[in-house]
Design a protein around this ligand. Sequence first.
Ligand SMILES: *[C@@H]1O[C@H](CO)[C@@H](O)[C@H](O)[C@H]1NC(C)=O
Ligand SMILES: *[C@@H]1O[C@H](CO)[C@@H](O)[C@H](O)[C@H]1NC(C)=O
Ligand SMILES: *[C@@H]1O[C@H](CO)[C@@H](O)[C@H](O)[C@H]1NC(C)=O
Ligand SMILES: *[C@@H]1O[C@H](CO)[C@@H](O)[C@H](O)[C@H]1NC(C)=O
Length: 421
Amino acid sequence: MIYRKNNHLSVSIVLLSVFLIGIIFYDEDAKSLTRFPFSTSKENPLPETNINEQQSTKLPAEDDGDVEFPPESCDIFDGSWVFDELTHPLYKEEECEFLTEQVTCMKNGRQDSMYQKWRWQPKDCNLPKFKGKLLAEELKNKRLMFVGDSLNRNQWESMVCMVQSVVKSGRKSLIKTGSLSIFRIEDYNATVEFYWAPFLVQSNSDDPEMHSILDRIIMPESINTHGQNWKNVDYLVFNTYIWWMNTANMKVLRGSFDEGATEYDEVERPIAYGRVLKTWAEWVDKNINPNRTMVFFNSMSPIHIKSLDWDNPNGIKCAKETSPILNMSTPPHVGTDRRLFTVATDVIQSMKLSVNFINITTLSEYRKDAHTSIYTIRQGKLLTADQKADPAIYADCIHWCLPGLPDTWNEFLYTRIVSYS
Ligand SMILES: *[C@@H]1O[C@H](CO)[C@@H](O)[C@H](O)[C@H]1NC(C)=O
Ligand SMILES: *[C@@H]1O[C@H](CO)[C@@H](O)[C@H](O)[C@H]1NC(C)=O
Ligand SMILES: *[C@@H]1O[C@H](CO)[C@@H](O)[C@H](O)[C@H]1NC(C)=O
Ligand SMILES: *[C@@H]1O[C@H](CO)[C@@H](O)[C@H](O)[C@H]1NC(C)=O
């Protein structure tokens, strides 16, 4: 049994806050999944709209001109946020029918929309202009799958919106079966999928509907049950972080759930995280053919729950923020557990297969303005006026509005997918 007491006061406070948020939002997460509106095979019943027609007539024009890709040597994650309403957002909230109520902040009452209009500008190069058509061409006859927690689902919803506009209605569908949600683009024989596995390895939180379990227990060496669903995928995008954050120690099962085991050891978070990522890395090295599949790992998506972290004494969590942290003289400190970042980079460096590390943590830490906050759902329903009036309790400062920050994460994927193919 590995168990050490290691609670600094400040860490405990952050953890307690995260825990309290966790009680509200992981529960919320479960409910929103239950209400996932595309739970059966569904051909889009909507008639072709003017918007679609306009978009499809725009498509050929979109292909004009070359897209320039940054050299592999350029660190695209080192840069700054630039307000650019000419190029962003990459799609309109009301034009993407596949967005769930959890993320449609404007529709849910948010008044300011600047959060949609920031572009990430790398210091030493440019990101290529996003072209949905180019991405769809690249995904032709292929599968792109996000694997992980609700932040990866957030990013998956973004990716669906980024490619869906190039496809006529009636030629795309969203099907959810168990842990797997599949967005299918008929004309390209392509899929953009999401697989629920919040710890990547087997855990007691793997039920895609009923996963709001406070006593989270994992089996750090057990990954094949999930992994068999990741085979024969062309682009795999992994993440795991937020589910680790509500206790300082992770509960590790002694034995197997399948054999009815219930006893567990408490293991320090970074040690348990290391065991999980080692299991994941071995699975990838053993099962992935690098000639077919490109593998990505997203670093941690940060949260913004203490407005003093960015020197706003009048703030309430992230609720009153309408612009990013723009003072970049020192990196923000918003309580991210950087130890897990180090574990991830160490594990990835030790792997046979070369994994694309998507370093979103620091650049997302600046985006205190981009969370769903009070413009989201709770227990399957939009927040009531009373709940909206109490952001200290109800603001979700974990997930992100769409269009918004996760679109930028997908611009990084796009850059890799389209330039190194
Ligand atoms: C991740 O990106 C940040 C800037 O956004 C940079 O400071 C940091 O060194 C990067 N880390 C790695 C491992 O690339
Ligand atoms: C369609 O895509 C699937 C999944 O990537 C692939 O296995 C299959 O060969 C494709 N079908 C055709 C006709 O190319
Ligand atoms: C990948 O392709 C290279 C070159 O074509 C080949 O030598 C290698 O055996 C392939 N690897 C696998 C795992 O198929
Ligand atoms: C930016 O942040 C640094 C460090 O927190 C601080 O010393 C400096 O005064 C800030 N600059 C501005 C313009 O607010």
